[in-house]
Ligand binder design. Structure first.
Ligand SMILES: [Zn+2]
Length: 98
């Protein structure tokens, strides 16, 4: 889980996206190493509206709100399309130059 940064704000979408990704990653058929997961999360987070909170109370409230909205499916769709992109060009293939 991500901690609050020095400014005391946190994007709860990061937790939400990571949790959803972890729950479906095995069915995506893509590489599940940390780099690919980070790539998928970054892609999704760049395509969803960030939701910043300034306290743990706000965090809880925002997460509950998020679950009540219909953005669930939207985030899942974005995770799937991100995995398609990462599947085609995994970042670590290029970096593997031992
Ligand atoms: Zn990988």
């Amino acid at each position: 889980m991500n901690e609050f940064n020095e400014q005391g704000v946190k994007n709860v979408m990061e937790d939400i996206v990571y949790q959803k990704m972890e729950s479906i990653i095995d069915s995506l058929g893509c590489c599940t190493c940390d780099k690919c997961k980070a790539d998928i999360a970054a892609y999704v987070l760049n395509h969803v509206t960030p939701r910043y909170v300034a306290s743990e109370k706000g965090e809880l409230f925002s997460k509950v709100q998020e679950l009540n909205q219909n953005s669930n499916t939207d985030i899942l769709m974005k995770i799937v399309s991100a995995s398609e992109i990462i599947k085609e060009r995994p970042r670590h293939e290029k970096e593997r130059i031992y």
